[in-house]
Ligand binder design. Structure first.
Ligand code: AMP
Length: 190
């Protein structure tokens, strides 16, 4: 089973590349951002709780995320594999993910990181904001907060996978198709 963590800062292209990977490899897309936005839309208690953080570009508390991902993995054990997009975003979440996978007799095949400069990220997110309808894609301060959260809390997660020899990075700048080609090479080598 191919279980990939697609890693990178907000705006790195994780969502776009996930869609292409799903099509090619038949994996199940587990985007915690999408799951949270669905909770928000349905106005569930979890959604109300998450909203406070998302509206400020901050990370939602680990326990909320870990519970959500544990349910989703347990419900889809028969999938061909998973693409984790936007999760784990802290080392606590990375440790919890290993446990969730082990509880379901699964494991992470590898983390693949899309490397993009900060300058490029802000531009991409603002551009996406014109059509995504996401409030957090339309405000430069919020975008900066999200990148800041990434740098302080999320970037160190790569060390967790490096220590397991499961970390692979590719250049996230270029055309969607050329990046996808590099991504597939990394996936096929897992
Ligand atoms: P995304 O769509 O992945 O950019 O996520 C949008 C927002 O949802 C983030 O800015 C966070 O507030 C929240 N979020 C998504 N995934 C996580 C996560 N793994 N841990 C904490 N917060 C998250």
């Amino acid at each position: 089973m191919l279980n990939i963590v697609l890693f990178g800062p907000p705006g790195a292209g994780k969502g776009t590349q996930s869609e292409k990977l799903i099509e090619k490899y038949g994996l199940l897309h587990l985007s915690t951002g999408d799951l949270l936005r669905a909770e928000l839309k349905a106005e569930t208690p979890l959604g109300q709780e998450a909203k406070k953080y998302m509206n400020e570009g901050k990370l939602v508390p680990d326990d909320v995320l870990i519970g959500m991902v544990a349910n989703k993995v347990a419900d889809n054990k028969d999938a061909k594999g998973f693409i984790f997009d936007g999760f784990p975003r802290t080392t606590v979440q990375a440790e919890a993910l290993d446990k969730i996978m082990a509880d379901n007799e699964l494991s992470i095949s590898g983390m693949i990181a899309l490397e993009v400069t900060e300058e490029e990220l802000t531009q991409r997110i603002l551009e996406r904001g014109k059509t995504s309808g996401r409030a957090d894609d339309q405000n430069e301060d919020l975008i900066r907060n999200r990148i800041q959260e990434y740098e302080t809390k999320t970037a160190p997660v790569s060390n967790f996978y490096k220590a397991q020899d499961k970390y692979f990075a590719i250049d996230g700048i270029g055309t969607i198709d050329s990046i996808f080609e590099e991504l597939c090479k990394a996936v096929d080598a897992l």
